[in-house]
Ligand binder design. Structure first.
Ligand code: NCD
Length: 353
C-alpha cells in the first residue's frame, strides 16, 4: 500500500479494489475489526473547519480500537505561536502512527509528507485535492452501479475551488468509457491544471453552463457547494451562490437509476424535497466514507515509521498565492512535467518562469 495518500492517483486501481473489498468486509462484519488498530494513534491536524471528514476519521480510528489526538482549531495549538508546518509535522510524527491533515493551503499535505516519519493522509488542501472524499465517492458509485466504467458523470457547481471535484476527475479518468459533463458558471470552471490533466489523458469532457439541458443523459450527478471561504470578494460569491439548485421538478427528465451525490455540507444547491427520492445518495455516501476511512487507516498504518530523507532548503518558483510554498519558505523546489507543461509538485499549478 502507498505510504502516503496525498493525491488519489497515489493509489493504483488495484489498491483501490483491495480497499473496496476490505471496506465491504468491514461493513458486513464491523465486530471483526474492533482491534484492527489496537494501540495505534492517529494525529488529526485540522487547520481548517471540518465536520464530516474529521469526525469520520476519528470514529473510523475509534471503531478500529485505536486512539486519536490532534486539534481542530490551530488557534489552540503551537501553530498560533508561529510554529512552521515542518516542525509541527516532524514532532507529531514522533507521537502518532499516522497523520491526517487538513490545511487551507494548496499542497500542504505534500509538504507535510516530506517531514513525517509516519504516513500522511490528505484530508483536504485548500481548493486543490480531497482524495479520501473520492474514496467515499467511488465506493458509492460502485455499490449502487456495480462498476466504475462507461458512465456519464455530471459535476455541477463550483468546479474551480471544489477540491472534491478535482480528485474525482483524476480518479474516474482511469476508467474506460467515462465522460464528464462539467456544469458551472464561467467564473467557476475547472482550473487549467485539471483541464491539462484530462487533455494529456485523452479524457472525454464537455464544459457547459446548463444543468437542465444535460440532466437526462447523466448516470451520476455530483452536486457541489459554492466554496464561499475561497472567494476574496464577497459580492462575487453573492452573485454565484444560487447558480444551481437541484429540485424535485428538475429531476423529472432524469434517468430512473441516476445516482445523486454531494460531498456535503449542502447549503441550498439541493433542495430538501430531493432527500426522499430513492436516487438521493448523499447521506449514504457519507456513511461509506467512514467505512472506507477504516479500510484506509487499517491498511496505511501497516507501514512502519521511517525517518524522512533530508530535503534541500528553499528555491521554489511557484507563484500561486494559495500554494503552501508561499508561506513555508524553506520547502524544497519540487516540479514535474504534465504533458508539455512544467508544474509545481505541491499545488499542480503551472510554473510561469
Ligand atoms: C467537502 C470539502 O471539505 O471539500 N466536504 C467534505 O469533506 N465532505 C466539500 C465542501 O466543503 O463543500
Amino acid at each position: 500500500m502507498t505510504r502516503n495518500l496525498i493525491d488519489f492517483i497515489d493509489i493504483s486501481p488495484e489498491e483501490f479494489d483491495g480497499l473496496y473489498s476490505l471496506c465491504s468486509d468491514i461493513m458486513d462484519s464491523p465486530e471483526s475489526f474492533i482491534d484492527a488498530c489496537k494501540g495505534k494513534v492517529s494525529a488529526n491536524l485540522f487547520y481548517e473547519p471540518s465536520t464530516r471528514t474529521n469526525l469520520s476519521f476519528q470514529t473510523a480510528m475509534l471503531r478500529l480500537g485505536g486512539s486519536v489526538v490532534g486539534f481542530s482549531d490551530p488557534g489552540s495549538s503551537s501553530v498560533s505561536k508561529g510554529e512552521s508546518l515542518k516542525d509541527t509535522v516532524a514532532m507529531m510524527s514522533n507521537y502518532a502512527d499516522v497523520i491526517v491533515m487538513r490545511n487551507p493551503k494548496e499542497g500542504a499535505a505534500k509538504a507535510a509528507s516530506l517531514y513525517s516519519r509516519v504516513p500522511v493522509i490528505n484530508a483536504g488542501d485548500g481548493g486543490h485535492l480531497h482524495p479520501t472524499q473520492t474514496l467515499a465517492d467511488l465506493t458509492t458509485i460502485r455499490k449502487h452501479r456495480g462498476h466504475l466504467e462507461n458512465l456519464n458523470i455530471g459535476l455541477c457547481g463550483d468546479l474551480k475551488y471544489g477540491r472534491t471535484v478535482h480528485s474525482l476527475i483524476k480518479a474516474m479518468s482511469r476508467y474506460p468509457g467515462v465522460k464528464f459533463y462539467l456544469i458551472s458558471p464561467r467564473e467557476l470552471q475547472i482550473p487549467d491544471y485539471v483541464r491539462n490533466f484530462m487533455e494529456t489523458h485523452n479524457q472525454k469532457y464537455i464544459e457547459i453552463t446548463s444543468l437542465e439541458a444535460t440532466i437526462d443523459t447523466l448516470d451520476v450527478l455530483y452536486m457541489t457547494r459554492i466554496q464561499k471561504e475561497r472567494f476574496t470578494v464577497a459580492a462575487e460569491y453573492n452573485k454565484l451562490k444560487n447558480a444551481y439548485i437541484l429540485t424535485k421538478s428538475k429531476l423529472a427528465n432524469a434517468r430512473p437509476d441516476l445516482l445523486i451525490m454531494h460531498p456535503l455540507p449542502r447549503v441550498d444547491e439541493i433542495s430538501v424535497d430531493v432527500d426522499n427520492d430513492p436516487r438521493a445518495l448523499y447521506f449514504k455516501q457519507a456513511q461509506y466514507g467512514m467505512y472506507m476511512r477504516m479500510a484506509l487507516l487499517k491498511t496505511i498504518t501497516e507501514n512502519k515509521p521511517q525517518d524522512p530523507d533530508p530535503c534541500d532548503i528553499g528555491g521554489c518558483r511557484c507563484k500561486n498565492p494559495r500554494c503552501i510554498t508561499q508561506s513555508e519558505l524553506y520547502l524544497p523546489r519540487l516540479e514535474k512535467k504534465v504533458g508539455d507543461t512544467l508544474c509545481c509538485e505541491y499545488c499542480d499549478k503551472e510554473i510561469e518562469l
